[in-house]
Design a protein around this ligand. Structure first.
Ligand SMILES: C[S@@+](CC[C@H](N)C(=O)[O-])C[C@H]1O[C@@H](n2cnc3c(N)ncnc32)[C@H](O)[C@@H]1O
Length: 363
C-alpha cells in the first residue's frame, strides 16, 4: 500500500470514529436534557415505557433511544431477545457519576452539551469566518453558558477556596482577615461562591457581560447560602466606572475570551487598592504553537476555532488573542514595563508584575 493510500485510510478511519463519537455525544445530550439518565438512576432497571412516562416523552422515542444507548454500551440490558417494550435497561453504577454529578471531577455531561451548543451555531460561525464579524457569546445558547459553568465547577467547588488560595500564604492571610473581592467575567459564579464559602469574612462582587450567567450565578449563590456576601451584576469588565476598593480580583478562564484583554486588565488595575492582587487562571496551553499537538492542545484549538475566537471578535479592533493565554500574559506584563518575578504554586505558576498588583495563575 502506498503512503498516500495509508494516509487516506488512516484519515477515513479516524474521522469515522470521530463522527460516531459525535453522534453518540448528541444522544448523551438527549438523555441528560430530557432527564432519562436521572430516571434510570433513580428507579434502577426500567422498560421503555417507564422512563418515557417519567420524562414526559413519547414511548416510541424512548424505546429507540434506549436501544441506541444499549447498542453504544452506555446502558446495559438484561435480555436483548425480549420483546422491545419488555427489555429492561439499566444505567451501570460506574456511569452514574460522570453523567449525573456535575461536581465530580469525572463529570462529562457538560462536555457533551458544549458540542451541541457549538453545533447549533455553525451557520453563524461559517458566516463569521467570511465576514470577519463575531458570533457573540450569548448566541451559543443557554446550553453553552450552563456547560461552561459546569466545566469549572468541580475544581472551583472542591479546591479553589480550600487548596489553591491557601497555597499562597500572603493572599490566604489577607482573605482570612476579611477582604473585598471582585470576580471578573464570573460566569455562573462558582469561583466567587467557593471563595466566600472558604473565607467567611470576605465579600465578593461578580461581574459578567452575560445576563443569563448572572441569573444562574445569583441562584447558585442563594442555594449555597452566601447571597448575603456575594453579589452578581451584568456589567462590562472594561467599564472604567468600576473603580473601587478591591483587595483581590480573579479572572477565571476568561482572559482568552475577551475582545480587549489588555483594556480589561487595565480596568482591573483601577479597581484594585494599591497593593491589591489580581489572579488570572486560564487554560494551560503550550507556550508555542505545536503541530501535531497533544489531545489537550487539540481540544483547546477546537474550542478556540469554534467558540472562543468568534465570541471575542466583537469589534474590528479586537485583540483576538484567544489562541494563547501565555501570549496575553506576556503582552500585558510588558505593557506594565516592570520586571517580573515568578514563583511556583503547586502545579501552577504565579507571576507578579512589579506593581505587586498583577498575578497570574495558569492551571
Ligand atoms: C469562558 S467563560 C468563563 C466564565 C467563568 N469565569 C467560569 O470560570 O466559568 C468567559 C466569560 O467571560 C465573559 N465576558 C467576556 N467579555 C467580557 C467583558 N468584557 N466583561 C465581562 N465579562 C465578559 C463571558 O460572558 C463569559 O461568561
Amino acid at each position: 500500500m502506498s503512503v498516500t493510500e495509508q494516509q487516506r485510510d488512516k484519515l477515513v478511519e479516524r474521522l469515522f470514529g470521530a463522527g460516531l463519537g459525535m453522534a453518540e455525544v448528541l444522544t448523551v445530550y438527549l438523555g441528560d436534557t430530557l432527564g432519562l439518565y436521572r430516571a434510570l438512576r433513580d428507579h434502577g432497571a426500567m422498560t421503555a415505557p417507564e422512563p418515557a412516562k417519567e420524562a414526559g416523552i413519547l414511548p416510541r422515542y424512548a424505546r429507540e433511544w434506549l436501544e441506541q444507548q444499549a447498542a453504544a454500551g452506555i446502558l446495559t440490558i438484561d435480555d436483548a431477545s425480549a420483546a422491545p417494550d419488555e427489555r429492561r435497561y439499566q444505567l451501570p453504577e460506574g456511569h452514574v457519576e460522570p453523567l449525573l454529578d456535575p461536581e465530580s471531577p469525572y463529570s462529562i455531561a457538560a462536555f457533551c452539551k458544549s458540542f451541541v451548543a457549538v453545533a447549533g451555531v455553525m451557520p453563524e460561525v461559517v458566516a463569521a469566518f467570511r465576514s470577519g464579524g463575531p458570533v457573540p457569546w450569548d448566541s451559543y445558547s443557554r446550553d453553552m453558558v450552563e456547560a461552561q459553568g459546569d466545566f469549572n465547577r468541580p475544581w472551583l467547588v472542591a479546591s479553589f477556596g480550600t487548596e489553591y488560595l491557601p497555597s499562597i500564604p500572603d493572599l490566604h492571610e489577607r482573605l482570612s482577615n476579611g477582604a473585598k473581592v471582585a470576580d471578573v467575567a464570573c460566569g455562573v459564579g462558582w469561583a466567587a461562591i467557593s471563595l466566600a464559602r472558604a473565607y467567611p469574612n470576605v465579600t465578593v462582587d461578580g461581574y459578567d457581560l452575560d445576563e443569563y450567567s448572572i441569573e444562574i450565578a445569583r441562584r447558585n449563590a442563594a442555594e449555597a447560602g452566601v447571597a448575603d456576601r456575594v453579589t452578581f451584576e451584568a456589567r462590562d469588565a472594561a467599564d472604567p466606572t468600576l473603580k473601587g476598593a478591591y483587595d483581590f480580583a480573579t479572572v477565571i478562564e476568561a482572559i482568552h475570551d475577551l475582545s480587549q484583554p489588555v483594556a480589561v486588565l487595565g480596568a482591573i488595575h483601577e479597581m484594585l487598592k494599591p497593593g491589591g492582587t489580581l489572579m488570572v487562571a486560564d487554560e494551560r496551553t503550550e507556550d508555542a504553537f505545536t503541530a501535531p499537538a497533544s489531545e489537550t492542545e487539540r481540544l483547546f484549538y477546537a474550542y478556540i476555532v469554534l467558540c472562543c475566537l468568534p465570541s471575542a471578535m466583537d469589534d474590528p479592533s479586537s485583540a483576538a488573542t484567544a489562541p494563547s493565554c501565555a501570549r496575553i500574559r506576556s503582552s500585558a506584563t510588558r505593557r506594565r514595563r516592570g520586571s517580573t518575578r515568578s514563583r511556583s504554586c503547586r502545579s501552577s505558576t504565579t507571576s507578579s508584575a512589579s506593581t505587586g498588583s498583577t498575578a497570574s495563575l495558569l492551571r
